[in-house]
Design a protein around this ligand. Structure first.
Ligand SMILES: [Zn+2]
Ligand SMILES: [Zn+2]
Length: 312
């Protein structure tokens, strides 16, 4: 809804640059942001001061968000922090993709509830179905649409910013949750995929001041599958996104994360009588082979023969 559109994290936009040791009240919204997204603990730092803990948190934020690492609250950090983003925290301080846990089965159900008031008809649901197909291609997980009264695994819809299960007030566009064994929003089904319909404008495709539904839903569905935020700028699982922009294709970092959670089953054939030859793609993207030769596994029960190559 254009009337209610907010500047992302407007309090931070008004904070002046600060260096380690500075004391200033306008550091508090910066510290609130760092706490909200998993960089600062609930306590153990001095509010309104760029103390050692805050500086460490700023450095971690910068490293994960493609900002030069200074440990100060500087111009480029303020710019990154005032970009609209996902509501889930950046939980892991590793590099590149990181994963949390997977679903046990390869079939999930989903249901739509309320659509966006910004989009006519049900084009937003069509965009989400397309994002689901993109993840199916990478994970072999089959998503089946059901009614909201049919106990869906995932429930998808647009909400007010003050969403009861996870506030999206401020610059947060949307949120989801992780699979049942590692959720941070709820331990129950259905798992949420919620979009903020009061503070942001939604679009199908790139449009000035609006966010592409397929782009944002592709990211949120990655969380549903167990992927956390990545530090690779340009990947779907990067935590922030621009308006007037589309990213509807999984990047190599996203695909690596998906395949680590949902490995492709090996292919099997037979090169001769009484033998089985099994092929699998390694995490190094090379092809591997092993065989049952009639009385033993070759090269050994646990080892694979590396055939090489690079498959993408
Ligand atoms: Zn996210
Ligand atoms: Zn929610």
């Amino acid at each position: 809804m254009p009337d209610g559109r907010v500047e992302a994290f407007a309090h931070i936009a008004r904070s002046a640059p600060h260096r380690a040791g500075d004391k200033a009240p306008d550091l508090e919204p910066v510290q609130d942001f760092l706490r909200r997204f998993g960089y600062l603990p609930e306590d153990g730092y001095t509010p309104g001061m760029l103390d050692a803990e805050t500086s460490t948190a700023l450095a971690a934020y910068q490293a994960r968000n493609a900002v030069p690492v200074t440990g100060d609250f500087d111009e480029s950090t303020a710019q990154a922090m005032t970009t609209a983003r996902c509501g889930l925290p950046d939980l892991d301080d590793g590099v590149a993709f990181s994963t949390r846990c997977n679903w046990n089965g390869r079939g999930l159900t989903y249901a739509f509830d309320t659509g966006s008031t910004d989009i006519a008809g049900s084009a937003e649901f069509q965009a989400i179905r397309q994002a689901l197909r993109t993840w199916t291609a990478a994970t072999q997980i089959v998503f089946t649409e059901v009614g909201t009264n049919q106990n869906p695994d995932i429930r998808i819809g647009w909400r007010p910013a003050n969403d009861p299960d996870h506030s999206m007030v401020g610059g947060v566009l949307a949120h989801a949750d992780f699979p049942p064994d590692c959720g941070i929003i709820t331990n129950n089904l259905p798992k949420p995929v919620h979009f903020d319909d009061s503070e942001h404008t939604w679009s199908i495709g790139a449009a000035a001041g609006a966010f592409d539904v397929e782009t944002v839903s592709l990211h949120e569905l990655g969380h549903i599958l167990g992927l956390q935020h990545t530090s690779v700028n340009g990947a779907v699982m990067f935590p922030s996104v621009s308006s007037n922009f589309t990213l509807r294709v999984l990047q190599p970092d996203d695909r690596s994360g998906a395949e680590s959670l949902y490995p492709r089953p090996p292919k099997v054939t037979s090169w001769g009588a009484n033998r089985l030859d099994i092929f699998g793609l390694g995490t190094d993207r090379a092809m591997y082979h092993k065989a049952w030769t009639g009385n033993a596994w070759a090269p050994s029960p646990l080892d694979w023969e590396r055939l090489g190559g690079v498959f993408t």
